[in-house]
Design a protein around this ligand. Structure first.
Ligand SMILES: NC(=O)c1ccc[n+]([C@@H]2O[C@H](COP(=O)([O-])OP(=O)(O)OC[C@H]3O[C@@H](n4cnc5c(N)ncnc54)[C@H](O)[C@@H]3O)[C@@H](O)[C@H]2O)c1
Length: 327
């Protein structure tokens, strides 16, 4: 039997799980009985093995046992799917750049995606891409920093897709202005879109998540809030505020099934960057990885944070930045 255990990695895993789940002697004997089946016949009964393995009352828990997650037991025969089937996601600023990639990846993972953007045509383009790939999406044109527009966008999203369970606050703007030249209008504009926007959209949508007891919120912040950035005081301040908002909401909703995290992009090649004063190729050469990030680099980090599997991760900063800044 031990030879069988040694020869079959899957069986070894089952045996380890059985032990670390603190099974009784009888249960362990059952596992060993089934294990012996691997050496010849009859074949072991996997359902019996599974029911022994995932006993909810198998305390005390010792070691690195795999435990059932509420409503969705981990099943190593299925692997880790990070599936978003049945979820409704809102991505603000999803009409181009990073938001477009986030919407596409969440759509590919099975979420029905509402692409909110000031630029209705951009949002339609993103939606067309998701539908072509077999996903479900709608475009919602509107200003994510205006309370009435946010309420209207939310009402349409709920009516067409259902209650929202995933929110990615991605819409953002920037400006490069030496500090003493920053006008009050410019300050208010950046704080308005980058910080007041996530406040308004989250306040509108979080009741949907509270109602079901499940939610994922990811705020797109910026490495400029981590490192500082000359001529970007308003931008860095707004994104620093986003990180504070993330942590406060993470604490407020930690026991409500809602996680709140932020992803600060480093230097990602998007229209926003191309329209600014930065020489993208020269700047990319100074990066540790010798390249600018791609929008998908951020989208995959977001896909992890909004997954079922990331349910124990909250209030965190996931710096997908190619090594530009090490926390
Ligand atoms: N590109 C980078 O290197 C970088 C670095 C750090 C942080 N970020 C952040 O990532 C996010 C996305 O950046 P990007 O580079 O993809 O920008 P982008 O300008 O290419 O795309 C932003 C999208 O947001 C939309 N938008 C802007 N204001 C809006 C509003 N009030 N309501 C609704 N939609 C609005 C725009 O129409 C656009 O489609 C932003 O929050 C940005 O600050 C980007």
């Amino acid at each position: 039997m031990l030879i069988a255990l040694g020869a079959d990695p899957e069986l070894r895993t089952h045996f380890r799980i059985a032990v670390t789940n603190g099974l009784t002697e009888d249960e362990l004997a059952e596992v060993i009985y089934h294990a012996s089946g691997y050496a010849g016949s009859p074949a072991p009964s996997r359902p019996a093995l599974r029911s022994a393995r995932l006993r909810p009352d198998s305390e005390p828990l010792r070691g690195q046992a795999m435990r059932p997650v509420a409503g969705r037991p981990y099943d190593e025969t299925q692997g880790v799917s990070m599936s978003l089937e049945g979820k409704v996601a809102v991505v603000t600023g999803g009409g181009r750049g990073i938001g477009e990639a986030i919407a596409a990846v969440l759509g590919a993972q099975g979420a029905a995606v509402a692409v909110w953007d000031l630029d209705g045509e951009g949002a339609e383009k993103t939606v067309a891409g998701i539908r072509e790939a077999g996903g479900t999406a709608i475009a919602v044109a509107g200003d994510a920093a205006d309370a009435a527009a946010v309420a209207a966008a939310a009402a349409r999203t709920r009516a067409e897709l259902g209650p929202v369970s995933i929110l990615v606050n991605n819409a953002g703007i920037t400006a490069y202005e030496p500090f003493t030249t920053i006008t009050e209008e410019s300050w208010d504009r950046l704080i308005g879109v980058n910080l007041r926007g996530p406040f308004l959209v989250t306040r509108e949508l979080v009741p949907d998540m509270l109602a079901t007891g499940w939610g994922r919120i990811v705020n797109i912040s910026s490495s400029s809030a981590q490192t500082g950035a000359p001529a970007m005081a308003h931008y860095a301040a707004s994104k620093g505020g986003v990180i504070g908002l993330t942590k406060a909401l993470a604490m407020e909703y930690a026991d409500k099934g809602i996680t709140v995290n932020n992803v600060p992009p480093g230097f990602i090649d998007t229209p926003l960057i191309r329209e600014g004063p930065i020489d993208v190729e020269a700047a990319a050469a100074t990066m540790p990885m010798k390249r600018a990030g791609r929008p998908e680099d951020i989208a995959y980090a977001v896909a992890y944070l909004v997954s079922e599997e990331a349910g124990y991760v909250t209030g965190q900063t996931l710096s997908a930045n190619g090594g530009r800044y090490l926390v």
